[in-house]
Design a protein around this ligand. Structure first.
Ligand code: 5GP
Length: 308
């Protein structure tokens, strides 16, 4: 049995608890407002185990970030192998490393362009959203893929795709010129040319890749600071309607694409951001927000630390 706390100690302890709670709330508010980065909060927690930062629960810190509702927070915690009751200061070494990497990737590097991958099931409208961004945000580089499939009516070589034959595609792979590549719908091969992407990012220009799920996974492995966006249909029925409605593929091809879409929808939890394509300009704006080059942590300091 524990001895009862003397009255004065109890009052002091509850005052201290109130103060600590206020301090944690102020830190979260600063992260919500974008005045302080979550990474900075975590690093402070790990440097100073007695700090208010150390006492913040991990889900609360993640929940202070834009676009992170409870479901996304749960998915990220699962992916990082961190229990929802953990406080930032109480994380183990490997958990810290995983959280640090995740936060760094999310925050990006000042002065470097952001790489955003737009994936999602067939016919969800990735191409339409990407096309809208190409038209309205020419500052963003929309990567032009190489493909072995033949052009559809209206498609222009070098604009929509680089149309190459099998030998040409093999050459791109052999020379290491593709950032990622995949065979899509068990048919043609598609790949992202590496040099334009790297040049753009280094010059501070953001890049959008509109690719399939296998490609998105390769980009995650090759470039951990890429932001993976999964475009969702408003509903499965709507997806089927859009898929069949396009009418440019044979019934066998449609069935194959439907099956791919089912598998792809199940992969949404692997993504950093989910965007519902209910309205193209709105969905595009969400993606454009993610393409914004970070100013570098806290706002005023970030500007000072960015270029010079
Ligand atoms: P489509 O033939 O309809 O233009 O494209 C079929 C699929 O290929 C789409 O899901 C599209 O996202 C994907 N795709 C287009 N370019 C690339 C690429 O460079 N890499 C990968 N992995 N997939 C791509």
């Amino acid at each position: 049995m524990m001895a009862a706390m003397p009255e004065v100690d109890r009052v002091a302890a509850s005052r201290a608890a109130v103060a600590a709670r206020r301090a944690r709330a102020a830190i979260k508010a600063a992260v919500v407002a974008g005045d302080r980065s979550a990474l900075d909060v975590a690093e402070t927690a790990w440097r100073e185990p007695e700090s208010a930062e150390a006492g913040i629960r991990v889900p609360e810190l993640l929940g202070s970030l834009r676009g992170m509702g409870p479901a996304r927070v749960g998915e990220v915690l699962d992916r990082l192998g961190i229990s929802a009751v953990k406080r930032v200061g109480g994380l183990g070494r490997h958990q810290r490393t995983r959280l640090r990497d995740w936060l760094r990737a999310r925050e990006g590097v000042p002065g470097r362009g952001r790489l955003v991958v737009l994936a999602g099931p067939t016919a969800v409208g990735k191409g339409t959203v990407a096309g809208y961004i190409r038209q309205h945000h020419p500052d963003v580089l929309l990567s032009v893929s190489a493909t072995t499939r033949s052009p559809r009516p209206g498609e222009v070589d070098g604009v929509h795709y680089y149309f190459v034959d099998d030998a040409g595609f093999d050459g791109l792979i052999e020379r290491g010129e593709l950032l990622e590549w995949a065979q899509v719908h068990s048919a043609a091969r598609y790949g992202t040319p590496r040099p334009p992407v790297e040049a753009a990012l280094a010059s501070g220009r953001s890049v959008l890749l509109e690719i399939d799920l296998q490609g998105a996974r390769q980009v995650r492995a090759a470039m951990p600071d890429a932001v993976l966006v999964f475009l969702l249909p408003p509903s499965w029925e709507e997806l089927v309607r859009r898929l069949i409605g396009r009418g440019t593929e044979s019934p066998e091809e449609q069935a194959r694409r439907l099956e791919t879409a089912r598998i792809e929808l199940a992969a949404q939890d692997e993504f950093d951001e989910l965007v519902v394509n209910d309205d193209v300009p709105r969905a595009a704006q969400e993606v454009v927000d993610l393409l914004a080059v970070p100013s570098g942590g806290a706002r005023p300091a970030g500007r000072a630390g960015s270029a010079r």
